[in-house]
Design a binder for this molecule. Structure first.
Ligand code: GUN
Ligand code: ZN
Length: 440
């Protein structure tokens, strides 16, 4: 008799499964799905079921690979909506404020990226460290050098990551060794777009650093670049620091406000993401809301550089898409838990409630939505790409001690975001496959 066996097609992940399908700030009871004795079932790196183990729709025989993470929280991988990979070497550099910090530490460090070897080593270190912290997708600002974006794309592709970056555009108010021209900015960005945008899981972001470092001619180039392919992103900084805002006013007296500088060149739209956006007028909140553009909330950076307190209640009232950003090296940690904890403290100072469920939503689905990637990542809805993180909520004696007294999911998540760090990340999977496993 012929013994024809059905091929085993699935991988199954066992654990405490949690993901968001809505924003807890607006859809309180239906925003998240929590299956303490859950199964995440995957086929070819995509989710085909996430729910109670008792409801798993396929037989044991059809499961080729089991990952038993019982006692661990399984969540969609974290999304860092604003980070500078070339700045890992200047994290924790003491400065009074942004513009001094840029001139003293950041620009010299970025100057090193004219060397391709520096770019490649930095890209490897960047992804090693972000995966170790559970971050599976980021929107990253490369340096002005095309090779720094190329090195990041190459390394992201090698690891099969969903990832967005772009060569930074800067043609004024920066050292000579770090400037391009409107023409070279266009030519080099276009070549990178043609080489990388939409290739596998990669996307390109047109990246004027901020209004201070671009002339009108270069901002015009940025607008023209956005028309060169479908689905390009726009990534920049907005209204982070008072000195920066004053300089922008002097450089662009014709603009109604800081956001309007970008708007005049067609840079404010659904695929735009503005980092910081701390000191905004009501008109700017309204324009952001109307355009569908997103903000990256970067609390550890905002506190570290003394930039100011992000107005969560304003962004919320205007329903502006929001994600969390580490902004390393201005930010102080690659751990999304640290970013969430600092976000909580910023909101405390503004007397705005900030729940742990909101924080974890922003660090996963909220981030994916703000990058226009929610059809692919950010939750465990069927068909989505299975980038996920495995979290040990009791990784330290202190957390275990505190968790003994925790009763609700909100309380457990709150403990995790306040006490958590990279020690709590047991594993990170990309398209279902383990990409990082914490050494025993
Ligand atoms: N604004 C312009 N460049 C930068 C940068 O590198 N970091 C931060 N935090 N803000 C900026
Ligand atoms: Zn930044």
């Amino acid at each position: 008799m012929l013994n024809i066996q059905k091929p085993k097609r699935y991988s199954a992940v066992k654990g405490d499964i949690l993901y968001f399908t809505g924003d807890p700030r607006c859809e309180e009871s239906t925003a998240w799905h929590h299956h303490p004795d859950g199964i995440l079932l995957l086929e070819e790196g995509r989710v085909c079921f996430a729910g109670p183990a008792s409801e798993c729709p396929v037989t044991q025989e059809s499961i080729a690979t089991w990952y038993d993470y019982t006692g661990h929280l399984i969540m969609p991988g974290f999304v860092d909506t604003h980070i500078h990979p070339p700045q890992l070497s200047v994290i924790a550099s003491n400065s009074t404020e942004l513009l001094h910090w840029l001139d003293t530490y950041t620009f010299p460090a970025e100057g090193q990226f004219s060397d391709t070897t520096v770019c490649e080593e930095a890209a490897t270190f960047f992804f090693d460290e972000t995966l170790k912290n559970g971050t599976t997708t980021s929107l990253a600002m490369a340096t002005v050098h095309a090779q720094s974006a190329t090195a990041l794309f190459r390394e992201a592709e090698r690891r099969n990551l969903r990832f967005i970056t772009g060569k930074t555009l800067m043609d004024t108010h920066a050292p000579d060794f770090l400037t391009d021209t409107p023409k070279s900015a266009f030519d080099e960005s276009l070549a990178l777009i043609e080489a990388w945008h939409g290739r596998g899981r990669l996307g390109y972001a047109v990246t004027p650093r901020f209004a201070v470092t671009s002339t009108r001619e270069q901002l015009e180039v940025a607008g023209a670049l956005l028309g060169q392919a479908e689905g390009l992103h726009l990534h920049t900084h907005l209204s982070e620091n008072h000195g920066e805002i004053e300089t922008v006013k002097q450089m662009f007296p014709e603009a109604k406000n800081y956001l309007d500088v970008y708007d005049r060149f067609g840079l404010v739209g659904e695929r735009s993401l503005f980092a910081h956006a701390i000191h905004l007028s009501d008109a700017e909140y309204e324009r952001l809301a109307m355009s569908g553009a997103a903000i990256s909330f970067c609390p550890s950076s905002n506190l570290f550089l003394g930039s100011g307190l992000f107005r969560m209640e304003k962004a919320q009232a205007h329903r502006i898409p929001l994600g969390m950003g580490s902004d390393v090296g201005g930010g102080t940690s690659l751990s999304p838990f640290h970013t969430m904890a600092e976000g909580f403290k910023v909101c405390q100072l503004c007397r705005t409630p900030f729940t742990a469920t909101t924080a974890f939503y922003l660090a996963t689905l909220g981030g994916a939505r703000s990058l226009g990637l929610a059809a692919s990542i950010g939750s465990f809805e069927v068909g989505k790409e299975a980038d996920f993180v495995v979290i040990d909520p009791n990784a330290t004696p202190m957390a275990a001690h505190r968790n003994e007294r925790a009763e609700t999911l909100e309380e457990r998540l709150f403990i995790l975001m306040i006490l958590g760090d990279d020690r709590f990340i047991k594993a990170t999977h990309i398209m279902g496959e383990p990409s990082y496993t914490r050494p025993a």
